[in-house]
Design a protein around this ligand. Structure first.
Ligand SMILES: O=C(O)C1=C[C@@H](OP(=O)(O)O)[C@@H](O)[C@H](O)C1
Ligand SMILES: C=C(OP(=O)(O)O)C(=O)O
Length: 438
């Protein structure tokens, strides 16, 4: 097969000639947008999403819901300002086909929705989606009463034979490979006849902030959710059946996508302003305030947003990133440019993300002259003088942004397939060159 010209294209990563000083408006959060779409689709009345993220993952989510009969209309918000989506719920329909691409949120959050459709819903996606874990969702849905045809692979492609309703009830799930198994079951549970009680049985559970995001957003649309934090048993979440409200929700900026811009200020000793950084949020990217401060920067959260300043020095860090795994590629890139070694721990499950991120980061940083080794659950990074070269991205948006961070400090880095940032941030190349005043 001839190579795909888009994928093999090389993007010369801009090199910073001095301290970066910029304000970057970061588009909406992928995780918030895709949860908001699902909850609005399951509500009993229309709702609005203002400033939704429009990227590959969120357009796939909208496409999947539309395929099942939900109306998602383009429009301006109810107050006449800002771009918005109006979501009009409908009786969910099958037969339908859902393309999940390589979006974890789509491949995990939509099968429970499909159990409520009145016919078969076929799920398919990118080759990598066949390798990403889905068995936790499939097994749990079967035990809750669903009929699913996956040829006993526990993976995509598969067909959920929607029966118009699902019993629900109590179910055990090992979500150690992805927190999205828990989020997926909770999000649709208000519409299951008996709601759900999810009991996580695995030894570890990654990405807890994302589960809190699910719980917060469910409560905001009127669902009753009991959690370990609200006095329940550890690792048990309970959702009571009930109707969901249609809301008018403004989507927060994606704080994980703010990461490369903050990193730019950190490694160049510059200044970065991210408007609309929320004062309170469940997004894991909020942890960057603490992590990048420990690595040498300082930040101030104002009413306008976050003001982050680099000191000109970057320190290594020893940190457990299990709660905030999606920040790992960007932290690894900064760590490769630091003045001391780093240990990133608690992220074994990254081997099952868009690509095997631990292998990919090790290989690509080392090919630029770095010294990275994989551990059982993370990376050891010993900074070395790096040189230019091609940074491969493995169709992983966060590999592309990690390479761009290194390219700011190292002349001659070329990013292969920077277009893969379209998964969550289609404007990345323009925002990045705009930041540099190019
Ligand atoms: O629920 C979500 O929106 C997400 C949960 C996390 O998944 P894992 O728990 O599989 O790491 C995170 O890495 C992903 O980017 C988004
Ligand atoms: C792991 C990620 O995505 P997904 O939602 O596809 O799991 C990510 O965005 O870093």
């Amino acid at each position: 097969m001839a190579p795909n010209p888009t994928h093999t294209a090389l993007w010369p990563a801009p090199h910073a000639s001095g301290a970066v000083d910029a304000t970057v408006h970061v588009p909406g959060s992928k995780s918030v947008t895709n949860r908001a779409l699902v909850l609005a689709a399951l509500a009993s009345e229309p709702g609005w999403l203002r400033r939704p993220l429009r990227s590959r993952d969120t357009l796939l989510m909208a496409g999947g819901l539309r395929a099942m009969g939900v109306e998602i209309e383009e429009g301006v918000g109810p107050d006449g300002t800002g771009e918005a989506w109006r979501v009009v719920p409908a009786g969910l329909r099958g037969p339908a086909t859902v393309d999940v691409g390589n979006a974890g949120t789509v491949m995990r959050f939509l099968p429970p929705v499909a159990t409520l459709a009145d016919g078969p819903v076929r799920f398919d996606g990118d080759p990598r989606s066949y390798e990403r874990p889905l068995n936790g969702v499939i097994d749990a849905l079967r035990r809750l009463g669903a009929r699913i045809d996956d040829d006993d692979r526990g993976a995509l492609p598969m067909t959920v034979h929607g029966g118009g309703a699902l019993d629900g009830g109590t179910v055990e799930v090992d979500a150690s490979s992805s927190s999205q198994f828990v989020s997926a079951l909770l999000l649709s549970a208000p519409r299951f006849n008996q709601g759900v009680e999810v009991r996580h049985t695995g030894a570890t559970l990654p990405s807890m902030p994302h589960i809190r995001m699910t719980v917060d957003m469910l409560r905001a649309v009127g669902a009753q959710v009991d959690t370990p934090e609200s006095g329940g048993e550890p690792n048990v979440w309970r959702v009571t059946p009930g109707a969901l409200l249609g809301r008018d929700l403004t989507i927060e900026p994606d704080l994980s996508n703010a990461q490369p811009f903050l990193a730019a200020a950190l490694i160049t000793g510059g200044r970065m302003v991210i408007p609309d950084w929320p004062a309170r949020t469940t997004q894991p990217g909020d942890r960057l305030r603490e992590i990048f401060t420990e690595m040498g920067g300082s930040c101030e959260l104002t009413e306008y947003g976050l003001v982050f300043t680099g000191s000109g020095t970057v320190h290594g860090i020893d940190v457990d990133l299990g709660e905030v795994g999606e920040l790992t590629p960007g932290i690894a890139a900064v760590a490769a440019l630091a003045d001391s070694p780093s240990t990133l721990r608690g992220v074994a499950h990254l081997r099952l993300h868009e690509t095997d991120r631990l292998a990919a980061l090790t290989k690509e940083i080392n090919e630029l002259g770095g010294d990275v080794t994989e551990t059982a659950d993370g990376l050891h990074i010993r900074p070395r003088r790096l040189h230019g070269g091609v940074f491969h991205t493995y169709e992983d948006h966060r590999m592309a942004t990690a390479g761009a961070i290194i390219g700011l400090a190292v002349d001659g880095v070329q990013i292969e397939n920077v277009a893969t940032t379209a998964k969550t941030l289609p404007d990345f190349p323009e925002l990045w060159t705009g930041m540099l005043g190019a």
